[in-house]
Design a protein around this ligand. Structure first.
Ligand SMILES: *[C@@H]1O[C@H](CO)[C@@H](O)[C@H](O)[C@H]1NC(C)=O
Ligand SMILES: *[C@@H]1O[C@H](CO)[C@@H](O)[C@H](O)[C@H]1NC(C)=O
Ligand SMILES: *[C@@H]1O[C@H](CO)[C@@H](O)[C@H](O)[C@H]1NC(C)=O
Length: 130
């Protein structure tokens, strides 16, 4: 095999690896952020102290995760959907707080949305532990 062909194959392999690694965005988020939209009246937006914005965002997320638990018996969405979950949440936040990047502004890691307390992801795991 020629060196040039080998290099081409290596490059193709590398590009595939990158494509797969970036493909996490392709997995849709199973969380339903419309739960928050239903609570939120756009004609009467809540007054939020800017120092507490991240805390409200965290609480909103807990609520959405509770809804997910109720519907699916799972506490957290799969890691592969973490990025699309943040995007869904960001889209919602964009409506009321334009230019507020929740991950950057609040220092949330992308994976954090799918990592819970004590590595529990399902109701069954929770019941086994407690
Ligand atoms: C990306 O993910 C989708 C669905 O999850 C899958 O059909 C597709 O083959 C994946 N693409 C790559 C390059 O892995
Ligand atoms: C949110 O708004 C920012 C800037 O206004 C924009 O760059 C970003 O694409 C928006 N995100 C979503 C998910 O709509
Ligand atoms: C959480 O669970 C996963 C799969 O069950 C395991 O691979 C991982 O090491 C665990 N992480 C911690 C911090 O216990």
């Amino acid at each position: 095999m020629s060196a040039a062909l080998l290099r081409l194959l290596l490059l193709a392999g590398l590009l595939t690896t990158i494509a797969v690694a970036q493909n996490t965005t392709a997995v849709p988020c199973p969380l339903d952020f419309t739960v928050l939209r239903r609570l939120y009246d756009p004609s009467n937006p809540p007054v939020i102290d800017s120092s507490q914005t991240c805390q409200y965002i965290r609480q909103g997320l807990r609520l959405v995760q509770s809804d997910y638990l109720r519907r699916t018996s799972r506490f957290l969405p799969p890691l592969s959907s973490a990025d699309s979950c943040w995007r869904s949440y960001q889209q919602l936040i964009n409506d009321s707080l334009p230019n507020f990047d929740i991950r950057r502004s609040c220092g949330f890691q992308t994976s954090w949305i799918s990592q819970g307390c004590m590595n529990i992801t399902t109701r069954q795991e929770f019941e086994t532990l407690f």
